[in-house]
Write a protein that binds this ligand. Sequence first.
Ligand code: 5RP
Length: 228
Amino acid sequence: MNWREDAKKMAAVKAVSHITDGFVVGLGSGTTVTYALQEIAKRIAEEELHILGIPTSHQTYYLALKYHIPLTTLDLHPQLNMAIDGADQVDNSLDMIKGMGGALTREKIVASASKKNIIAIDETKLAEKLGTKQPVPIEVTPFALPTVDAKLRKLGSKPLLRKAKRKLGPVITDNGNFILDTDFGPIDNPKKLNQTLKMIPGVVETGLFIEIANIVYVGGRKTVRKLE
Ligand code: 5RP
């Protein structure tokens, strides 16, 4: 494994250490979360830990089945003890850009229902300002693609429809929508931008996760730092 994979794994293990018996846990999506799922499976086997997970994507759902992590739904558990997730970029206020894996909408819904949100990243994800060399993924209902695209361009950004790999045409999210990876450059006020974007009809959700993370574990080459 290269150092980034090790760093993600170390950070994910720290995040999982917050889980205690009886917890309902939001399970984010992505490669870092995959390490967290492996660690949860290990703790279930070794400690006879009883937890229930709520997955945020088809990817996580199938991984949870593979690792025998018991699952529940928001219908049965609309409030979660905590959620674990990765991120694409994190700033000094612990605001984040998420969604390069396309699971932003369910991730934000589950995060909003969790008492605590614990994020695991490797240190390359840290940035002084969100948006620096990183687009903001925006989930859009397909009918509204042209109108949302035009409104985003009016805001001065450059939206790019995410293309699927090994399928013709755009990525279709787990919710049946498109994603516009939207370059705003370095963002001065992520909270205000998020509010502006959410006002555009047809925008389902944005990858700006504002005032959501409680703790961020940052994996480096040798150690893990805790930001809170
Ligand atoms: C998916 C996400 C992921 O958390 C984010 O893309 C980070 O993924 P990885 O852990 O693979 O770097 O937001 O929608």
